[in-house]
Ligand binder design. Structure first.
Ligand code: HEC
Ligand code: HEC
Ligand code: HEC
Ligand code: HEC
Length: 208
């Protein structure tokens, strides 16, 4: 029994260590612990809570008010070569846009609704997504075939250990987190999931 307990403890420490290794949200652009609008000084709490979470969202235990904005979609551009179908943003992209579309105050978390702090500058994406890389559409082998300029996500390696589908897509969909790691796990600038030096990120999916 005792030996088992020690093994479990050791395994947990190893797991925690591997999870913690390279995970550097502290000090990243998403570390809001020093902000005056976050008086508790917690890092995770702005986005997550162990209790009383907003339900029905893909992110675990979500704690931030979610945007109800309607977006202008990439499809509004009517790019003739665009084969993807886009609907309103869904999945984890909706959570990013809760802060990045500029309609919900950053300090509206933990049930608070009276916030007054909004995202500004380059980080403000707004509600017009026609000029942003398309998101929230299915990227599968069929799309790769139709498009002709994309790798098959189910077989092509991502460079992150598995396939594009396994490492970069969520329920087969391309989302903000296909390119970004919200927790800065990679440590690459702009919270990117991997380096874009020489357009390496783009060329992970685009076969050009
Ligand atoms: C700025 C918002 C934000 C902050 C701050 C944040 N998270 Fe997250 N977290 C997310 C989002 C969004 C997801 C959904 C999945 C994704 O996009 O990676 C997520 C997913 C997760 C998951 C699910 C597994 C995964 O990685 O996808 C865990 C566990 C988690 N967060 C833990 C934490 C912890 C612990 C902290 C504090 C050290 C933290 N998060 C801080 C936004 C945040
Ligand atoms: C996770 C995979 C992935 C990554 C990474 C990625 N893209 Fe894409 N991109 C796609 C898919 C899938 C489409 C939809 C293609 C289609 O339906 O025509 C797309 C669409 C586009 C389009 C629009 C094409 C059109 O026909 O209107 C452009 C331009 C583009 N990507 C450029 C980039 C650039 C630049 C980067 C790097 C910053 C990048 N992409 C990174 C998967 C990716
Ligand atoms: C709680 C609000 C909040 C959520 C949720 C959130 N962000 Fe942010 N994010 C911010 C703020 C505020 C900044 C700007 C921080 C600054 O200026 O220092 C930022 C900065 C960034 C940056 C710029 C990083 C840099 O190094 O300059 C990226 C990229 C980013 N966010 C992507 C995302 C993505 C992708 C998601 C969802 C997976 C997300 N964010 C969710 C509030 C949020
Ligand atoms: C196809 C890849 C891709 C997708 C999808 C994507 N981004 Fe980015 N994002 C980038 C790259 C690459 C940069 C680095 C700066 C640049 O090249 O413009 C960046 C930069 C940013 C920045 C920093 C501000 C700036 O312009 O420098 C923010 C904030 C951001 N992204 C948020 C988001 C959010 C929120 C989503 C989803 C709505 C998203 N991104 C979807 C690739 C992507």
């Amino acid at each position: 029994m005792k030996a088992k307990k020690i093994i479990i403890t050791l395994t947990m420490s190893v797991l925690m260590f591997s999870y913690g290794f390279g995970q550097t949200i502290a000090g990243s652009a998403h570390d809001f612990s020093q902000e005056t609008w976050n008086p508790n000084g917690e890092i995770c709490q702005v986005c997550h809570t162990p209790h009383g979470a907003v339900i029905g969202l893909v992110a675990p235990l979500w704690n931030h008010e979610v945007s109800t904005a309607t977006y202008q979609l990439y499809t509004n551009l009517i790019s003739p070569s665009f084969d993807g179908i886009t609907t309103q943003p869904d999945g984890s992209s909706k959570l990013c846009l809760s802060c990045h579309d500029g309609t919900v105050p950053l300090d509206n978390f933990g049930g608070a609704t009276g916030g007054s702090e909004f995202i500004t500058g380059n980080e403000l994406i707004g509600t017009n997504l026609t000029t942003e890389h398309p998101i929230s559409f299915i990227y599968d082998a069929a799309l790769a075939t139709t498009d002709g300029g994309l790798f098959d996500p189910t077989t092509q390696t991502s460079g992150l250990g598995g396939t594009i589908d396994g490492d970069m897509l969520l329920a087969q969909k391309l989302q903000c987190s296909s390119c970004h790691d919200v927790h800065n796990g990679s440590g690459v600038g702009n919270l990117l999931i991997k380096s874009n030096a020489g357009s390496a990120l783009c060329l992970t999916c685009h076969n050009m």
